[in-house]
Design a protein around this ligand. Structure first.
Ligand code: NAX
Length: 327
């Protein structure tokens, strides 16, 4: 029978981990024919909790789940990894400056990048979910010189899905009527959800909504949805984030439908004026198991300003981690 695909999840004992692992083990990440070997990476204090989650995974008797390994050692966790989901990160706590946050996360994503470089399988795909996701991905990538840079991605699929849902509700159409949605830039409040290329039933979305709604309601609602969830739920997005991580990897492996694209933060090749090497969200298609940036889109003045603003933030984050010696 087929050899299992090794999927490593960091932060496995956290809330996204809990929403994610059961879906992976049930076959929703890689399909119903692909057996999975799970590897759970946690910090020492949370290994016991990860063991508890592993007991529950075992109790589900998933036909595709071949093994579960639990460790606090990145080298072990990433040895032979095919799909790495980097979820665990250091959250911002009270009084923490951005520099402190970036430094704390550098202490996580540098060794993880090194461990991926040392042990990952040739076909490894990496998705960074832990915030600040784009810059954490950049840190890990810069410490994995033997892994093609394009294998490092960060998640903006949740933002993409949120944008689909908001537009679907506004126009009272099913999400399946919407194509070519794009999130540009950073997974942060500066992100730019673009309705000038999105289509609803084959017509440009921006032409079907009021300009004021697009600018003053749609963009801020999508960009600040994470905060709204915390406010309502008393905890940050977990199941929706796990769902988006599943979508991101599933699309990467299986491709985008003809005529549609999705959003992912990938290493820039300089497209759309985004400096080469930055990990920024773009419209992407997935073909032959690779994410490629959609080329040749016309960018209007409104979009140009928004894209420039979110990319500027990414440049600042990159410069900050460079100064800290993290890349
Ligand atoms: P939790 O705090 O519930 O879980 C995080 C887990 O990571 C903890 O169990 C912790 O022990 C573990 N961890 C910390 N350092 C680690 C290390 N060095 N190695 C392995 N594990 C480590 O957070 P959760 O709600 O699961 O969120 C995880 C991350 O996703 C956060 O950084 C969060 O900000 C980010 N998010 C990103 C989203 C995106 O769209 N890109 C959306 C959802 C979410 O906010």
């Amino acid at each position: 029978s087929q050899a299992p695909v090794k999927v490593t999840v960091t932060g496995a004992a956290g809330q996204i981990g809990y929403a994610l692992l059961f879906r992976i083990a049930s076959g929703q990440l890689l399909g119903a024919d692909t057996p999975v070997a799970l590897s759970l990476l946690e910090i020492p204090q949370a290994v016991r909790a990860a063991e508890g989650t592993a007991m529950e995974l075992q109790d589900c008797a998933f036909p595709l789940l071949r093994s579960i390994d639990i460790t606090d050692d990145p080298r072990q966790a990433f040895d032979g990894v095919n799909v790495a989901l980097l979820v665990g990160a250091r959250p911002r706590t009270k009084g923490m400056e951005r520099g402190d946050l970036l430094e704390a996360n550098g202490g996580i994503f540098k060794p993880q990048g090194e461990a991926i470089n040392a042990g990952a399988a040739d076909d490894v795909r990496i998705l960074v979910v832990g915030n600040p996701a784009n810059t954490n991905a950049l840190i890990a990538q810069s410490h994995a010189p033997d892994v093609p840079a394009e294998r490092f991605t960060a998640m903006t699929r949740l933002d993409h899905n949120r944008a689909l849902a908001q537009l679907s509700a506004k126009l009272d159409v099913p999400v399946t009527a919407i194509r070519n949605m794009t999130i540009w830039g950073n997974h942060s409040a500066t992100q730019y959800p673009d309705l000038y290329h999105a289509q609803v039933n084959g017509k440009i979305a921006a032409d079907q909504v009021e300009e004021e709604w697009l600018r003053d309601t749609f963009i801020p609602t999508v960009a600040k949805r994470g905060a709204a969830i915390i406010e309502a739920r008393g905890a940050s997005s977990a199941a929706s984030a796990a769902g988006a991580a599943i979508d991101h990897v599933y699309t990467w492996v299986n491709g985008t439908p003809e005529g549609d694209w999705t959003s992912a933060a990938v290493v820039s090749d300089g497209s759309y004026g985004v400096p080469e090497g930055l990990i920024s969200s773009f419209p992407v298609v997935s073909r032959n198991g690779r994410y490629e940036i959609v080329q040749g889109l016309e960018i209007n003045e409104f979009s140009r300003e928004r894209i420039d603003a979110t990319v500027r933030e990414l440049i600042e984050e990159r410069d900050a981690v460079k100064q800290l010696g993290l890349i």
